[in-house]
Design a protein around this ligand. Structure first.
Ligand code: NAP
Length: 223
């Protein structure tokens, strides 16, 4: 039985990915920084356990990593769009820093901490949930700090993919599309199920040799 760890998974896309992977026989480690909400979410799934994990807190990440021994798939799902992330011309640099601390460095910190466990897997995978907002080829003015953080997350994907290729660990970015979650809002065109299909595919079904790529709906998209 394969084990998958998902960050920020008590709601939204992360929770639906957790649900689908438990249905497919994965052992799911559902993580969240909110203890009670995370525990309640995990309790509703069969074959899921809860682990408290704040991806911005090095101590929290180290504690969580210390409670895991083997891992096949890491899904870096947790992210924020900070209040006031609106206008690049007047954006406080501190807001960019805070967004990078979660969306980019949080994912990197978690990948580093759980790497020893992933290395024990015969076919380890890291899935970084990114966003089309981070595509340099499509960059506009919407949510600048968030988009910059996702561009940088994609660079983390490329660096990790190159570094981990000799170890057989696949590292990819995926965009779920604009989905009806707390982050996406009720007016988004995609359901949570539509958004998670590509994440679950990368975690479970994509050919292992596919690494260092950016995906949406099972197709490679430009950086
Ligand atoms: N929804 C969309 O339209 C869309 C589009 C493109 C990409 N994405 C990406 O998809 C992923 C999931 O988003 P979503 O739509 O499901 O959003 P969501 O419902 O807002 O979920 C985000 C999750 O991240 C958690 N989180 C934030 N900071 C954290 C931290 N420091 N430590 C641990 N958990 C933390 C949140 O928990 P708290 O309550 O503790 O903050 C929440 O559980 C994100 O990476 C997002 O950027 C979403």
């Amino acid at each position: 039985m394969k084990t998958v760890l998902i960050t920020g998974a008590y709601r939204g896309l992360g929770l639906e990915v957790a649900r689908q992977l438990t249905e497919r026989g994965y052992r799911v480690i559902l993580t969240a920084r909110k203890h009670d909400a995370g525990q309640a979410a995990a309790a509703k799934l069969k074959n899921a356990t809860f682990l408290e994990l704040d991806i911005t807190d090095a101590g929290s990440v180290a504690r969580a990593a210390g409670q895991v021994s083997q891992l096949d798939v890491l899904i870096n799902n947790a992210a924020i769009i900070a209040e006031g992330d609106a206008d690049i011309l007047h954006l406080p640099p501190e807001l960019v820093l805070r967004t990078l601390a979660t969306n980019t460095l949080g994912a990197l910190r978690v990948a580093q901490a759980f790497l020893p466990h992933l290395l024990k897997s015969p076919a380890g995978r890291i899935v970084n949930v990114s966003s089309g907002g981070g595509q340099l080829s499509e960059m506009g003015t919407w949510a600048p700090a968030y988009c910059i953080s996702k561009t940088a997350l994609n660079a983390v994907t490329c660096q990790l993919a190159a570094a981990l290729k000799p170890h057989g660990i696949a590292v990819n970015s995926v965009c779920p599309g604009w989905c009806r979650t707390e982050m996406g809002g009720p007016g988004a065109p995609r359901s949570v199920e539509e958004g998670t299909a590509g994440i679950v595919w990368l975690a479970a079904d994509a050919p292992q040799e596919k690494t260092g790529l950016f995906w949406r709906d099972r197709e490679v998209i430009p950086w």
